[in-house]
Design a protein around this ligand. Structure first.
Ligand code: HEM
Length: 317
């Protein structure tokens, strides 16, 4: 893993790029959801995986992150994606999500079709999250990530999709999310989930606190037995459990490790998160079109300003 000062440098580069195009931030957040579903392992950026239909729309994330991987050889893909996601949440106005760095990349694509699809019923959604250790209340908190970004080119939350906040829950209750994701709308059909939607709609701080805890837990799920000599700091390696699955190459994947994301120090072998990173003050964006790595002549690809979230335009290098 990189030193914490290098992680800070990386996070600052993320911030600079988000300043140019906020759509990059929402891409990163969705990327962490997908990369970590089967344990955070960096497989999302493998060509076999990024081009799957379940990852439609995420290809620009690879374009965005590849230059970081060339520039910073110390960082794993999984750490890069998750560092990007927590930086995105904060950049968009959300809470500090605790994150530690030291994830190992698998190099093998995850099985296709594991990630829950947008047409699941609420019972199916609960059943999908249960084996990876998340209950219905945690699903409600995680789904709040749809306060930002787009669904099939349209804002999830009409008029408010560029900042992180509890408007997703307010709009869900008001019926303003009709025509978007069925899995979002169906949260209202389960009594426990609907009452939590109401609580979050009334109390942004509670949403932020819960989102930080639950998303911090989500991005800490690391399969410890992927490598015999890499860091496995979050718990003892386990290679079998009732919920274990197999990767497409037949390598057994251990049960998700758990730890308290509110613990103050990084587990052994992990670099702690480096919040707060410096955020540019509003009204002082960097000059487009180039964001460059400070310590090298490598120029980052230019990202043009896009209107809202409808387009991400890459014109580089
Ligand atoms: C609960 C199950 C979930 C389902 C079925 C789901 C499904 C989807 C779908 C279909 C899209 C639209 C993709 C497109 O049309 O381009 C999307 C976008 C997004 N999802 Fe989810 N998602 C889920 C949970 C999550 C979670 C847990 C997170 C993060 C914590 C997340 C973050 C995002 C973000 C930020 C976007 C917007 C991406 C962008 O603007 O490019 N989602 N999701």
């Amino acid at each position: 893993a990189c030193s914490s000062s290098t992680m800070t440098q990386i996070q600052n580069l993320f911030v600079q790029n988000f300043t140019q195009n906020r759509a990059l931030a929402t891409l990163c957040l969705r990327g962490a959801f997908h990369d970590c579903w089967n344990g955070c392992n960096g497989a999302l950026l493998l060509p076999d995986e990024i081009n799957r239909s379940e990852n439609v729309g995420l290809a620009p994330l690879k374009t965005f992150l590849d230059p970081f991987l060339s520039q910073f050889s110390c960082v794993s893909v999984a750490d890069l994606i998750n560092s990007c996601a927590v930086t995105a949440v904060k950049f968009l106005g959300g809470p500090d999500v605790p994150v530690f760095f030291g994830r190992i990349d698998t190099g093998v694509p995850d099985p296709n079709g594991l990630i829950p699809g947008p047409t699941l019923s609420v019972q199916e959604l609960i059943a999908a999250f249960q084996p990876i250790g998340f209950d219905s209340r945690e699903i409600v908190a995680l789904s709040g990530a749809h306060c930002v970004g787009v669904c099939q080119g349209q804002p999830f939350c009409p008029g408010q999709n560029t900042t992180f906040g509890n408007h997703y829950y307010v709009q869900l209750l008001n019926g303003e999310l009709q025509g978007k994701l069925q899995t979002d709308i169906d949260l209202l059909q389960d009594n426990t989930m609907r009452s939590l939607v109401q609580q979050y709609a009334n109390d942004q701080q509670q949403f932020f606190d819960d989102f930080a805890t639950v998303f911090g837990k989500y991005i800490s799920r690391i399969e410890c037995n992927q490598s015999s000599n890499g860091p496995c700091p979050l718990g003892s390696a386990t290679s079998s459990s009732s919920s274990s699955s197999s990767s497409s190459s037949g390598v057994p994947i251990g049960s998700p490790v758990s730890f308290s994301p509110t613990q103050s120090s990084a587990p052994v072998g992990f670099t702690p998160s480096t919040f707060p990173v410096a955020f540019p003050s509003p009204g002082q964006p960097l000059q487009p079109p180039f964001v460059t790595f400070a310590s090298s002549s490598a120029s980052f690809f230019p990202v043009q300003q896009s209107q809202g979230f409808s387009t991400i335009i890459f014109t580089g290098p």
